[in-house]
Ligand binder design. Structure first.
Ligand code: SF4
Ligand code: SF4
Length: 148
């Protein structure tokens, strides 16, 4: 019998098509902010700031040059089915993490609601909460930490 469950419930990350993979992003924008790594910490914990990446549209929290993001921002990490599980700085709500951990997407995820804006409506994104990287002196980054 055909498995009628949505792709994100029946496929692993490695089995997804490129379009399915892209649609899995909930658009929260949490991975597109400046993060600080404590290099003295043996667990290398990461502190997330409210400073948006210089390519991020701070209102839509979408990348403004997605196709060229890795060339223009060398720190921008390319997610793959192989590296997701090891990226501990990714937010716990990240859909890629959830699927990699064998969990289901939350009720507010656009693939569940059918509404592309449901992440923002549920208050699960960083929409309207960020300051621009260009407006913050690097020496002051520590003052902008919002989550550790
Ligand atoms: S944290 Fe995950 S779900 Fe959110 S924008 Fe980044 S890749 Fe997409
Ligand atoms: S380059 Fe684009 S995708 Fe990468 S962190 Fe910046 S805004 Fe996000």
């Amino acid at each position: 019998m055909d498995d009628l469950r949505p792709f994100h419930e029946r496929k692993s990350l490695a089995e997804m098509t490129a379009a399915e993979w892209e649609s899995l992003c909930d658009g929260c924008g949490k991975c597109c902010v400046v993060s600080l790594i404590d290099e003295d910490d043996p667990e290398e914990r990461v502190a997330r700031t409210c400073i948006g990446c210089r390519l991020l549209d701070l209102q839509t929290v979408r990348c403004t040059d997605y196709a060229n993001r890795h060339r223009r921002v060398p720190d921008c990490v390319k997610l793959t089915p192989q590296n997701v599980a090891g990226l501990h700085w990714m937010p716990s709500t990240c859909a890629y993490r959830l699927i990699a951990e064998g969990r289901r997407l939350p009720r507010w995820h656009p693939l569940v609601t059918g509404d592309p804006d449901s992440t923002a409506k549920a208050g699960m994104g960083v929409h309207g909460t960020l300051v621009a990287e260009a407006d913050v002196d690097e020496a002051d980054y520590g003052d902008y930490v919002v989550e550790e």
